[in-house]
Design a protein around this ligand. Sequence first.
Ligand code: ZN
Ligand code: ZN
Length: 243
Amino acid sequence: MKLTVIGFWGAYPEAGGATSSYLLEQDGFSLLVDCGSGALSRLQHVKPVKELDAVLLSHYHQDHIADIGVLQYAWLVQNVMHGTRDILPIYGHQEDPEGFQSLSHEYTKAIGYDPNQTLEIGPFSITFLLTKHPVPCYAMRITDGESAIVYTADSSFQQSFIPFAQSADLLITDCNFYGEQDGSAAGHMTSKEGAEIAKKAGVKTLLLSHLPHHGTHGQLLTEARHYFSGEISLAKEGYTFES
Ligand SMILES: [Zn+2]
Ligand SMILES: [Zn+2]
């Protein structure tokens, strides 16, 4: 299983960047997890848009879905140019009916997932956990049967992340705040909270993502290292993880 960070910013992308978006690849299958602002442009440094096999969304905040509209245009243009009628499946939860319906377009199809069931997409099996966020949002545990990647999506701290992330090869946490700040009102976590989950869940690698627009990101890494002795990285565009 290979993960590539396409975008890591919280809220909005800084110059040349993108907000939350991650590409997962296995056995020639490409799954885009979240599709934030700038993601479509950044994705094309790694993969042609038409080579995506599916998209999976955690929730309907703009920093996770802003580029769905232009992704739909890209599939329309590419299909017309090549005389094809390929449809891209976009998986989302159905607790925001308007958001969910917007995933269907001429060449994209909205598919609802049931967060209480394991979802199979290509070679991936995905289980979900409701997060603590102002709107319904789901964390994901994605496995290919051998290794596991856990993505908290957007959330403030909750104990249930610890069993959910147990022994994961890679844990990607929402790290929108610094160690001594309190991100809970905004529905986000700190470096310290992400590291605490990593430690208690016994994950191999921690990736701090959904990064803030204030402070110095290096400090997030220093703070996390106080609590977790495993490997820790700061998300950046082009970061890859293979397991
Ligand atoms: Zn959000
Ligand atoms: Zn977000």
